[in-house]
Structures are given as C-alpha cells and as structure tokens.
Design a protein around this ligand. Structure first.
Ligand code: ADP
Ligand code: ZN
Ligand code: ZN
Length: 745
C-alpha cells in the first residue's frame, strides 16, 4: 500500500488550467490516492481539492503539504477521473471545476455517511488462532458470525475488543475491513452482488408483446457489442412510438445479465414518473438522478449505485457522471435534444460525453432519436456510428398526413392576419365535432408580447437586457423573461406622450382566447411557462388532456416533447417561420426537427393523424422536409452550405462571448482577442466578428461575440485554449469560451 511517490497533483475548482503540486505527509501516504478529496493550504487560506495523481517529480522548490484527506473512500473511481479530465481538457475548464459540476455537493461533502465495516471471510471457518490476544479475537469473530458484517465500531463495542484485534484478523484473512456507507445510505454491499450472473437477468414483469423484426435486429446488434464488450456507438432512429424504449429495456437487460450496469440519459422534460415507472416495472429498482432531488436523496442514489445495490441509473444531463461500477451500456434517448448541452461552465454536451465515456470503457452506446442531428447523421455517413432503424410505429397509424398552409395566400388585405388561419380553423372544427383532440403548437419566442405605442412605435424594453418586456394580463404588469425584472405598464407613451399604449397578449394566451370564442363550451387547455409553474401543475394540465377532458391544448415547446397522448388526431403549428428566422446557422435544421417532432404527436392511437403547418415560406426545404417527414432532405441541402462555411459537422466551432457592463469594453476585449489570434498565425482558424450577440445585452451586461471556425479541431483547440486561459484586461469583463456551442444567442 505504501506509495513511493512523495508528491500529489491536486485539482482545485478555480478557473486555471493547471493542477497544483503538494507534498504528501507520511501519515497520509495511504489515503492520498487518485480521486481522494483533500484539504490543502492555498494562498493565505485553505481549499478543498481533489487528488488526480501521485508523482515522483518535484516540479517546484517549495511545496506545501496536504493537510487532510476528507473521506474514507475516494470520491471518484478511476473511470470517472478519466472522464472528468477529458471533459476539462476538451471544454477548456479546470478539472476541479468539472469535478464540482459532476459530483453533487451533497455527495462530495457527505463524508460522514461512509464508515468502516467489518465482514467475515470464508477463511474464518477454518481459522485457527494462537498467541496473545486470541481471546479477544475469538469474541470478535463470534459476534460477527451472526450477521456476517457489522460497522467496525459497533462490532468492537459489542465484542469488547480493540482495534488491534480486528487488524490482526484482517491481516490473517479471517475478516476484511471495507469502507461503505452507513446503513441509512445503503450499508455494506451484498457480497454476492458482484458475482457475474449467467443467463438472462430476470424481467420483473415480462414484456406483454412479441418484438417486431426491426426491434429484434436492433437488440441483436447491440448485444453483439456487449458480448464481448467493445466500443460502438449505435443510432436508434425511429419516431416516437416506434418501440425504441422497448429496445433500451432489452439491451439493458442484456447488460445486466453480464453483470454490468447501465446508464440511461433522458432530457429533463422526459424524466417523468411514468417514464421511470416503466423502467422499474420491467427491470426492478433503478436509481433516478435529476435536479429536483433533495441532497439526502441524491446521496442515497449515489451510494446505492456505488455499492452495486442498483445497477441502472436514469437521469438528465449531469447523470453522465453517475458512478456505476462495471458500466456496460449507455443509452441516450432523444439524443438530438439541445438540453444535453450545459449552458454554463463546464459547457459539456452529455451526448458527446456519453460517446467518450463509452469509448474510454470499451462499451456500446445507444443514441435514440426520431430526428438525429446533422452531426450524428454525419457520423453514420462516415461509418463511425451504426444506424439501427425502426421505420414504423408499432401501434396506431402510420405517418400522419401533413398539410403545409401558405399564410400569404390566406391573409386578408386589411390588417394583420389572425393567428389561426381559415384552414387550421376548419380542421379544428372537424376534430372537435368528431369528439377528437387537437394540439396547437406555438413557438413562443417569436411572439414578443409587446408593449408598444401605437403612434410612434416606442416599445417598452428591459433596462438591463435590451429585449422587449412581455405583458402579463393576469397581473397587469410587464416582465423581462431573462432577468425577471418587473415594471408597471405606463399609461402614456414615455416618448411621444400619447395615451395609446397597447398591450399585445402572449401568443398562447391570445390563441386560447380566440379558441374560446370560436368553440364555446369546449374545454381548452394551455401549457406554457405561465401555466406550468411547477412539475405538478404541468402534470395536471397533461393529465386533463390525456383523460380527454381537455379537447384542445395550446402550448409552447413543452407540448412538442415526449408526451404520448393517443387521442390526438390533429396537430397545428401556428407559425413555422419563427424558428426559421432565428439568427443561427442551425435554424433550418431545427425547424425541420421541431416540425417532425410536433407532427409525431398526431395519430398515435387507433385513428389517423393530421398535421397543419402555417408558414409564409412553404417552398423552404425545411418545410418540404417536414411535409414529407424526411430529414435526409435537410441533410443533403445543408451539406453544401456547411461544408463551404466550415460549420459543424464539416468543421469545428468555438464561440467566444465577451460580456461587460460597459459596451466599449466588451467590444475592445473581443477585438483584442481577435488580434491575439491573428498574431498566433494559425491560418487554418477563421475568426468571425467581433459582432454584437443577437441578445446584445442581458442582465445589465453588453454581449459581443466572436466565432472561431476550423476544418480540423487541433489547431482550433490550441487557439481556443489560449483565449480561454488569458486574463481579460478589465476585471469587470467576463470571457466565455464555448466549445461546440449549440446556442449562438
Ligand atoms: P418509443 O420509445 O420509440 O416512443 P415505445 O418503446 O415507448 O416507443 O413503444 C411505443 C408503444 O408501443 C408503447 O406503448 C409500447 O409498450 C408499445 N410497444 C413497443 N414494442 C411493441 C411491440 N413489439 N408490439 C406491440 N407493442 C409494442
Ligand atoms: Zn409614442
Ligand atoms: Zn431583463
């Protein structure tokens, strides 16, 4: 156990690229191991850090000593240590920062929840004792025989024996002393749990139907990579309802059968009790990791995973760092979802980390989606990922019929057109009259719920964010959706002093009102940020709709995702152009993905579905693709453009965002960075900007950005790393380096 290496390299959660070297005092030699949490002197105070490795080399003359090791067992197992190091390097943040984002605070600091346990070993049966202290040891063994394992302290108290008796017994192989959580946190693992079971792991409830051929083929392909285990990403392409979850369940079971654990990532919004129940029902207990857990619950799930008490973890983005011994399979459902990308440091993409973790472990990873991103599709084209497809829905009707309605042809000459055009209203009427259900989707971002002057055009903006305030009717006030600041609505225009201040209602609210007037007596629901104020409120709204009490549901993004509501036969997209008009090179792709997802909501039950999409650009290829439900068209169209402009997946992208309360400083910082990059003389890296970000001011800070592009990643990484670790000139300036950004706002 004694290490010959006198130094340790420690990661601290501060934004500097380096690890810090410390001397390991003799007393801590055994416990300062990679992954251990330690307390070290730093500057004039102390800090918590994480041991990354021991080292023989003294790189500085004067090294301080590590003060203490904070837990009985290392915080991170070697596999996670490798993953956090990879993440820090790739996303340009410090290893300490990644560790603190990866391991929840409650788990990091839950040191008292792990204690020393004594466990009887088979050798104890034939154990012959002699010499001094044999009596104490015999008593100790006798006490332990009843239970097989006890917390060490409790055992010593009960047997009236001393620490040295236990140590001697451990040395002679009669017992072992191991670190494990207290009883409340899972206790000592079952010694049989680590044994690799053979044959199939049992279903808790067997699947109630026969698999389709496509499902069987997909499962067989993944099983082949489980046995023997090898790294292989698979893309499971299939619309909602095509039986993807069933494939996940079978392949997870196959991993469990080989004594392996499994990790399932879902977008936070899909992590509903129903989803979790479906996994539990079939596989037995699973650990659930999401943002709403209390610290105690979170530590408990972590403890049970680390102790192999549960072998399957389901969670949102950050669960990619879940501690699962002998991980054998990773599943990423809805892998196209942008919520997998973390929007603050470390800005990792959980889908990409899933592939990295799988490759580090040499295991398969299964990426499921109806609308895989162009990055994922390109990986299929290049032969890196294997595509498994489930071409049709297992239940209900096939593809819904999509009607693209040209709003230019529909709009009247006088005044702005109604948000619900005649065609959509007609389809709604048919649906309501048949007693069926409809889902209306509005991309909220486009409908600035503006408060403006009808005479001079003045618009009420947030002072800190430079975006239009939105009007909330119920509270009769205006709200900034970025910083949350609230302002009363002026009665006269601050600019021209005319009294004509008008309030445009939020899109969804306005549509709800319109629907009430067109369909009196029909129950109409609304699902958006204002009504779904909590998880339970959201469930209530969805439950009323699922039960059939609500006949028309209007909503934002929230209605587009995941919820399986069989009664819906009509889906209406109120304005497809909003997504198309976003200032982002991914706008067309996202529009097509979104429209396909929304269309997938129609006709899930035993009745055929219909989709009406309102647009002013029906000839756009994103809409053509949506009409045909064929995303391949978008990939083909986008390839040429993105290749030419070096946008992903045909180039690598890094965004540098400079924020400062002073506009000049934000610009100057960006300009300095651009000049610095030019001086580096890396001609393969193209710099765009500086330019004001589309959200030019947020929470009182001006935002100016640069985009760095390159065909190959290494030179780009070199340049970006220089930018990331440089200190801005002013202390008020914040420079954010986002590798593989998904948002360019
Ligand atoms: P997805 O994950 O792609 O949305 P699911 O696996 O949830 O699809 O399957 C959709 C529905 O079809 C579920 O109710 C599921 O129980 C059912 N299902 C899945 N596979 C089959 C099958 N082979 N035969 C009949 N029903 C199935
Ligand atoms: Zn005015
Ligand atoms: Zn604001």
């Amino acid at each position: 156990m004694v290490s010959a290496l006198p130094f340790a390299r420690i990661a601290l959660a501060i934004p500097v690229p380096d690890l810090f070297d410390y001397r390991v005092p003799a007393a801590l030699d055994e416990t300062v191991v990679p992954g251990a949490r330690v307390r070290v002197p730093f500057g004039r105070g102390v800090r918590i850090g994480y041991c990354i490795e021991r080292s023989a080399e003294q790189r500085h003359e004067k090294l301080k000593e590590i003060e203490a090791v904070l837990d009985d067992a290392p915080l991170l197992e070697p596999d996670l240590l490798a993953l956090v190091q990879w993440t820090a390097h790739y996303y340009l943040c410090s290893v300490g920062e990644v560790i603190e984002a990866a391991v929840p605070k409650a788990v990091r600091e839950g040191k008292r929840r792990s204690i020393r346990w004594a466990r009887l070993l088979p050798a104890a049966r034939s154990f012959v004792d002699r010499g001094a202290g044999a009596e104490g040891r015999a008593k100790l063994l006798a006490t332990l025989r009843d239970t097989g394992a006890l917390p060490l302290k409790e055992l010593l108290d009960r047997a009236g024996a001393g620490d040295s008796s236990a140590k001697t017994l451990a040395k002679r192989g009669a017992i072992e002393i191991v670190h494990a959580p207290t009883r409340e946190f899972g206790g000592l693992p079952d010694p049989n749990a680590t044994r690799t079971p053979t044959g199939d792991a049992p279903w808790r409830t067997p699947p109630p139907y026969k698999l389709t051929i496509e499902q069987r083929d997909a499962i067989a392909a993944v099983e082949e990579a489980l046995n023997p285990s090898r790294f292989q990403p698979f893309v499971l392409e299939g619309v909602t309802g095509s039986g993807k979850t069933e494939v996940y369940l079978h392949t997870i079971r196959a991993a469990l059968s080989r004594g392996k654990g499994a990790l399932v990532l879902l977008p936070e919004i899909s992590l509903t009790p129903q989803t979790v129940e479906r996994f539990r029902e079939r596989l037995g207990d699973v650990a659930v990791l999401h943002s709403l857990l209390t610290p105690i619950e979170r530590s408990m799930h972590y403890g049970r995973l680390r102790q192999r008490e549960v072998r399957v973890a389901i969670g949102a983005r950050s669960a990619i760092f879940a501690p699962i011994p002998d991980l054998g399979l990773i599943v990423v459902d809805e892998c196209h979802e942008e919520s997998y990308k973390q929007e603050n440091a470390p800005r990792y993409h959980a889908r990409d980390l899933a592939v990295v973790r799988a490759s580090q472990l040499g295991i398969p990873v299964l990426l499921g989606s109806a609308t895989p991103s162009l990055e994922t599709r390109e990986n299929i084209v290049r032969g890196r990922y294997v595509c498994l497809s489930l071409p049709k829905r297992v239940t209900g009707h096939g593809r819904a019929e999509v009607e693209v309605v040209d709003r230019r042809a529909e709009s009247a000459d006088d005044g702005p057109p109604a948000m619900l055009g005649p065609k959509l209203v007609m389809r709604l009427r048919e649906t309501v009259e048949r007693g069926e259900q409809a889902l209306l989707f509005l991309n909220r971002r486009g409908f600035a719920r503006r408060i403006h002057c009808g005479r001079c055009g003045f618009q009420l903006l947030c002072n800190d964010c430079d975006i239009g305030l939105t009007y909330h009717k119920r509270q009769d006030r205006s709200l900034c959706h970025y910083c949350g600041s609230i302002r009363p609505v002026p009665t006269i225009c601050p600019d021209c002093k005319s009294p004509g201040i008008s309030r445009t209602l939020p899109g969804t609210e306005r549509i709800e009102e319109t629907l009430h007037s067109i369909f009196p007596g029909v129950e109409i629901g609304r699902l958006d940020r204002d009504t779904a104020t909590s998880g339970t409120r959201m469930e209530e709204i969805i439950t009323r709709f699922r039960d059939g009490r609500t006949q028309i549901l209007v909503g934002t993004q929230m209605v587009a995702k995941g919820h399986d509501i069989p009664g819906v036969t009509l889906v209406g997209v109120i304005d497809a152009d909003v997504a198309l008009g976003m200032p982002d090179f991914r706008a067309a792709e996202r529009t097509a993905q979104l429209l396909c997802q929304v269309a997938g909501r129609a006709g899930r039950g035993d009745k055929p579905g219909r989709v009406v999409i309102q647009t002013r650009q029906p000839e756009h290829y994103a809409l053509e693709a949506a009409a045909l439900q064929d995303l391949e068209r978008v990939r083909i169209k986008e390839t040429a453009v993105r290749k030419l402009l070096l946008y992903p997946p045909y180039g690598a992208l890094v965004r540098v965002l400079c924020e400062d309360p002073d506009e000049e400083r934000a610009f100057e910082t960006a300009e300095t960075i651009r000049r610095g990059i030019e001086k580096m003389g890396v001609s393969s890296v193209k710099v765009l900007g500086p330019a004001p970000a589309p959200l030019g001011k947020l929470r009182g800070r001006y935002r100016v950005h640069l985009l760095l592009k390159a065909k190959e990643r290494p030179p780009l990484h070199r340049v970006a790393s220089r930018v990331a670790w440089a200190k801005p000139r002013w202390s008020t300036t914040k420079v954010v380096v986002d590798v593989d950004p998904t948002s360019l706002m």
